[in-house]
Design a protein around this ligand. Structure first.
Ligand code: GTP
Ligand code: MG
Length: 246
């Protein structure tokens, strides 16, 4: 049996945390769960800790200040590497990612995927209720990343994932800096660059009903700037190698 760690980043998710933990436990009875909370003023961390008695194997990492989603995941993944986990689950704590889909993502990991992505943009995936503008921005950003980076992934900005330990060990987490969508693209690009297989599993992505969004246009701009920078950097490197080799 692989040892599975579910990393749940939280900032002011007191309205969602209890139910999300219950549903994660129902979907994966044997997984360990790590809530990475950035001192949420609404008491999310205390609520999560209070559920350990009922659900078991729930730990909370408390960080002193709000430091971003990417940073929270990096901290959770480092914990997982140090503590010998085989599979690393990444998901939001606001029900955008349905815990009931977790067994499907882990089945892809069992079949040998280095990274399994819960994807909105493969047949069967969907984003009900999204405006045309939001769909256009999300799909456009993904197409841009496909083309610029040669990344064969339909939904590289998705944050519902399972990484294998082997894939995670090959990544230098200290060098990963992006925080929002850029973080998701960067991690997928690194897995792909290291030769890991990426599988996409269709999911229905739902908008949060409770709590506040922490995302902003800054996060979208960060992702676009980074994708452009990685594409230029890596094409220049390839060119230098070709010139040197010839
Ligand atoms: N630890 C930590 N968690 C964060 C931080 N920012 C966001 N999160 C969590 O990351 C997940 C995704 O953040 P959201 O605010 O839902 O971002 P989003 O999914 O792009 O946007 P909406 O669903 O529209 O709100 C949620 O579980 C948040 O609680 C942060 O700075 N630190
Ligand atoms: Mg969300």
């Amino acid at each position: 049996m692989p040892r599975v760690l579910v990393v749940l980043p939280t900032y002011n998710e007191a309205d969602n945390i209890a139910e999300i933990l219950r549903q994660v436990r129902a979907a994966l009875p044997d997984a360990d769960v790590l809530v990475v909370d950035d001192s949420s003023p609404d008491g999310t961390a205390e609520k999560a800790e209070g559920l350990d008695d009922e659900l078991g194997h729930i730990s909370v990492m408390r960080r002193p200040a709000k430091s971003g989603l990417g940073s929270a995941y990096r901290a959770g993944f480092r914990y997982g590497l140090t503590n010998g986990y085989d599979a690393f689950v990444e998901m939001d704590s606001d029900f955008s990612h349905d815990p009931a889909a977790l067994p499907h993502l882990l089945a892809a990991f069992d079949r040998g995927a280095a990274l399994a992505i819960g994807s909105r943009y493969v047949p069967g995936g969907s984003t009900p209720g999204w405006s045309r503008l939001r769909r256009f921005i999300s799909r456009g950003g993904n197409r841009y990343a496909n083309i610029m980076l040669g990344l064969p992934v339909r939904d590289a900005t998705a944050g519902f994932r399972v990484y294998s330990r082997a894939a995670m060990e090959k990544i230098d987490l200290d060098s990963v800096r992006a925080d929002g969508y850029g973080f998701q693209v960067e991690m997928a690009y690194l897995v792909h660059g290291n030769g890991g297989r990426i599988d996409e599993i269709p999911i229905t992505f739902r908008d949060r009903e409770l709590g506040q969004s922490k995302m902003s246009s800054r996060i979208v701009v960060e992702a676009l700037v980074l994708v452009t920078w990685w594409a230029i950097r890596d094409r220049s490197k390839a060119l230098v190698r070709r010139v040197r080799g010839s």
